[in-house]
Ligand binder design. Sequence first.
Ligand code: PGA
Length: 255
Amino acid sequence: MRKKIVAANWKMNLTIEEGKTLVENLLNQLPELNESKQVVIAPSYVHLAQTTQLLDEYEHIHVAAQNVSSEAAGAFTGEVSAAMLRSAGVPYAIIGHSERRQYFNESDSMLAKKIDLALANNLRVIFCCGEPLEVRDAERQNEYVANQIAAALYHLDATQLQQIIVAYEPIWAIGTGRTASSQQAQDMHAHIRHTLAGKYGASVADNMTILYGGSCNDKNAPELFACPDVDGGLIGGASLKAETFLPIIQAMLAK
Ligand code: PGA
């Protein structure tokens, strides 16, 4: 059985104090999680130490970085390496978010380097992919996403691939309030799984966790997560408040 995960992407939001209050509110009302149903929280770098400490006693809720450097170490001012994250007790990193690709010009080859460094430092990776609106309008989304996956992941072997969680986030749905329909999400998730099966075999692909992201909230999560190939979500805006994030966790648990 593949893992179900709900991951919070706080992006560049919340002060240290606000982050602490949010995590405490979540923990106060956290439903029971288990090995196959987990929660991940990705705050910005300055929150990582505090969040790691707050989550210390909780086995099935983990902290993630939102990014990691494509370089191992050295004169790269402002960067944070995979080895630093691992040494800070961080077990996950988001790589390839569309905002990083778009605003910080992160290329496929740079993402492949980030993934290699993350895996070499025992970080699990939440790898984001997803098409812009013009690609969706031209009905070329399947080819586009398959190309993103091939460029960033196909140099990995099957064992390495098992450290990857894929997050499908159509760019036109991120922060726009426009969600992919559950049929659109299911179709793309099935396509991603089929694509991975073509390269790595059906049993590897069957075990891959594939998350949906893009205006996922407490209202639409139950329907999205009910899709057979949707294994949870990567949540931006709705992860910033316990009252909207907790029902999303419940929707994942109900799956
Ligand atoms: P959103 O962001 O839920 O605010 O649309 C999702 C994401 O970008 O990860």
